[in-house]
Design a protein around this ligand. Structure first.
Ligand SMILES: *Cc1c(COP(=O)(O)O)cnc(C)c1O
Length: 390
């Protein structure tokens, strides 16, 4: 089946839809059985799409799990109430006291928070590595290393990681590789083709795609399903059916939206690159982006999220810029249909393996589905306000 057809049909199991095009929203805690045989069947098949108890899922969440497996080429998927819960659930399902985890410098900041504030307390050793390390990761793997955690491109700084090189080195030492694949989406980066063992998404972003739900997913291979499902269930994780429904709806238009986000973002990024206030645009499709060659080799597309580094500018000037924008709102997210912008002054404190030097603050932009010319006009007058203060 070709990709577009799969996107239109996946998860629409007649057993769940009962003839409707979409799987309904099943609000369920309790599932009842008339016979002991039915109850035992539900227990035996609780990981295989048979309703058993609300926390184990319902037909709406099963439909989304199926869709994520189909799109990512995974054997199983578990849903979480947020992207961060998915990261937490994946790591806690496979780590124990005394283990070591290697994390890419430049991961989503709360992932780092999880490691530094929670894992360390539990007696896990944590170390960070340069996202451009590639096969050099082998030198950092210890006898007690259990997980290598990657995110590519990195949050904010956008370095692209050589995932096949990392997975090869990790697997040679029986180390699991978990990837936050939120930027790549299930359509533009195929983690399992590149050796990743766990693909994690903040479905909150492009999968839901309309800024109206929090949701996370972890997909994996057959070997790890049982442990991931049992531990995540044990930790109490489950996702709401309304949110699963919104994610399923989002998937139907994901490819079209990404294409438009990507095109609009390139238009805006090319314009920003030539502005005198901008030192560098960090966009994976630009040759100047660290790891650009890997992006070209491993990704099949981009999206609306990238960063720019200003040549300088006081905090007052950046504030004038941000507050004079009309289409770009400040908001701690991305992946919806709307444009967003955020300033970052403290990148260096989250870079323990590599450090961070830049001539000015980093600004992250999410380019939405508005007309890019309106967005450029908006940025131009915001930069005029910036220059008035500088
Ligand atoms: C937003 C985000 C998350 C966390 O997702 P939530 O649903 O907000 O918890 C994880 N990883 C990346 C890369 C993100 O951008």
């Amino acid at each position: 089946m070709k990709k577009d057809t799969l996107i239109a049909t996946t998860g629409r199991n007649p057993e769940f839809t009962h003839g409707s095009v979409n799987t309904p929203v099943y609000h369920t805690s309790t599932v009842t059985f008339d016979t002991v045989k039915d109850m035992k069947r539900a227990i035996a098949k609780r990981h295989q799409g048979v309703p058993y108890y609300g926390r184990r899922g319902n037909p709406t969440t099963f439909a989304l799990e199926q869709a994520m497996c189909d799109l990512e080429g995974a054997d199983g998927c578990y849903l979480y109430p947020s992207g961060l819960a998915a990261i937490t659930g994946a790591i806690l399902s496979f780590i124990k006291a005394g283990d070591h985890i290697l994390i890419a410098d430049g991961v989503y900041e709360p992932t780092r928070g999880l490691a530094d504030k929670v894992l360390l307390r539990m007696g896990v050793e944590v170390s960070y590595f340069d996202p451009l390390i590639g096969a050099g990761i082998a030198d950092l793997i210890r006898d007690n290393t259990r997980i290598v955690f990657v995110e590519s491109p990195c949050s904010l700084t956008m370095e692209i990681i050589d995932i096949p090189a990392i997975t090869k080195a990790a697997h040679a030492r029986d180390v699991l590789v978990m990837m936050d694949n939120t930027w790549g989406t299930p359509l533009h980066f195929k983690p399992f083709d590149h050796g990743v063992d766990f693909s994690i998404h903040a479905a909150t972003k492009y999968i839901v795609g309309h800024s109206d739900a929090m949701l996370g997913t972890v997909s994996t291979r057959k070997d790890y399903c049982e442990q991931l499902f049992n531990m995540s269930y044990q930790l109490g994780y489950c996702a709401a059916p309304d949110d699963a429904y919104l994610a399923l709806r989002g998937i139907r238009t994901l490819k079209l939206r990404l294409k438009q986000h990507e095109e609009n973002a390139l238009t805006v990024a090319r314009w920003l690159k030539d502005r005198p206030e901008v030192a560098e645009v960090r966009h994976p499709a630009f040759e100047t982006c660290p790891g650009h060659e890997i992006f070209k080799r491993d990704f099949t597309g981009g999206n609306g999220l990238f960063s720019m580094i200003l040549k300088g500018g006081s905090e007052a000037a950046v504030t004038a810029f941000l507050e004079n924008l009309h289409h770009f709102k400040m908001g701690f997210s991305w992946g919806g249909y709307e444009s967003l912008i955020l300033p970052y002054y403290g990148i260096a404190k989250n870079r323990s393996a590599t450090g961070w030097r830049a001539p000015g603050p980093l600004i992250r932009l999410h380019i939405g589905l508005e007309d890019p010319q309106d967005l450029i006009t908006d940025l131009a007058q915001g930069l005029a306000a910036f220059n008035d203060v500088t």
